[in-house]
Write a protein that binds this ligand. Structure first.
Ligand SMILES: CSC[C@@H](O)[C@@H](O)C(=O)COP(=O)(O)O
Length: 348
């Protein structure tokens, strides 16, 4: 995807092949800063403190972190300890477990001397596959967008999205954004309503940044504006990403997604969830069983951005106690379809 100085993907190996390079998303869009992760602790910090985020990127970063741990100590104890260290970083996105399981399975039966190299190779594969999965999601979503646009061919196709499920959150293309990018590139006039996504503003900061870079027309809206826009017929479809979809089709995603699904349902606006198979959790029956991350109240009580002196800092919004559940669950009954690498599915 397009970003000056971005060498094609959101994560890659360092020049010497022993570490990984990611964008520090905490600084975006004010500062574009690539950082090198050189050991498992750095990878764990980057995931836990949200230097990087988004379900597939969490998985990809963890896979490289796991390989870095095995490069230092390839023994069985290290294999178990590094898994736990990375697994404990963030609880909700299932891609984390998927990626760690994939790397562990690739190396567990190998002699210790071969483990690190095999782990790096598996992490590379995970990244290649993620980019390919997202491209396929984009292609299937493109066909869907063509059908949606044909219903109102005289105006742009208006898509509403929540949080950031773009190329920053994946290795490339994004999940929810892949159909948007492919449609824009195919000449379909797409306009995106970008939920700001309080409290951390991933929509206003990250999704808007991506769309600007790609030249996709978009408008940032307050999270509470979507219902009115849907009621006025100004939204053709809602498309979101997800951190985990359970066996019954429930969708866990950034807090506020459920309210969008309710508003979409009430206004006959189709509500789509874009995901690769790595975000499907067949071992969890329903959304009620997903651990929901409770994030720091400071995300809510402080806003961050450039201050008058040009430095990136925070300002207070309230001094009252605040609660900050980071994700919610949209019941499967509110989902019109799942845009996957296998096609657009009515049920998962
Ligand atoms: C393809 S990314 C899908 C989700 O991970 C994304 O929409 C989301 O909810 C991320 O939440 P975040 O708190 O920024 O990690």
């Amino acid at each position: 995807m397009i970003l000056e100085g971005r060498p094609t993907r959101s994560i890659r190996r360092t020049e010497d092949g022993k570490g990984a390079v990611i964008l520090d998303q905490r600084k975006l869009p004010w500062e574009i800063k690539w950082v090198e992760l050189r050991d498992v602790d750095a990878a764990a910090v980057a995931i836990r403190e949200m230097w990087t985020r988004g379900a597939p990127m969490i998985g990809a970063t963890a896979a490289y972190g796991y390989a870095m741990a095995l490069a230092v100590d390839p023994g069985d104890a290290s294999l178990a300890a590094a898994y736990d260290k990375l697994f404990e970083t963030r609880p909700t996105a299932i891609n984390l477990r998927w990626a760690l399981d994939a790397v562990r399975a690739a190396v567990a039966d190998l002699p210790e001397s071969e483990r690190a190299q095999a782990a790096f190779a598996r992490a590379d594969e995970i990244c290649d596959e993620d980019a390919e999965l997202c491209r396929s999601i984009g292609e299937h979503g493109l066909e869907l967008f063509k059908q949606l646009h044909a219903k109102n061919p005289d105006r742009p196709l208006n898509i509403l999205t929540h949080c950031n499920a773009g190329w920053l959150a994946t290795v490339d293309y994004g999940t929810a954004t892949a159909p948007i990018y492919l449609a824009h590139d195919a000449g379909i006039p797409v306009h995106v309503w970008v939920d700001e996504t309080r409290p951390r503003n991933q929509g206003a900061l990250l999704t808007a940044f991506e769309l600007r870079n790609h030249g996709v027309p978009h408008t940032v809206i307050a999270d509470n504006a979507g219902g009115l826009l849907m009621m006025k017929g100004q939204v053709d479809a809602v498309v979101v990403g997800t951190d985990r979809v359970t066996r019954n089709g429930d969708v866990c995603n950034k807090i506020g997604t459920y309210l969008k699904a309710l508003a979409a349902h009430d206004n006959d606006v189709p509500f789509y969830v874009a995901l690769p198979y790595t975000t499907f959790d067949p071992n969890t029956e329903s959304g009620a069983d997903i651990p929901i991350e409770e994030r720091s109240a400071e995300e809510l009580t402080r806003l961050s951005g450039p201050l008058a002196n040009g430095e990136i800092g925070t300002v207070r919004v309230t001094d009252s106690p605040a609660a900050n559940p980071a994700f919610d669950v949209t019941p499967a009954r509110l989902v019109t379809g799942y845009i996957t690498e296998r096609g657009v599915l009515d049920r998962i």
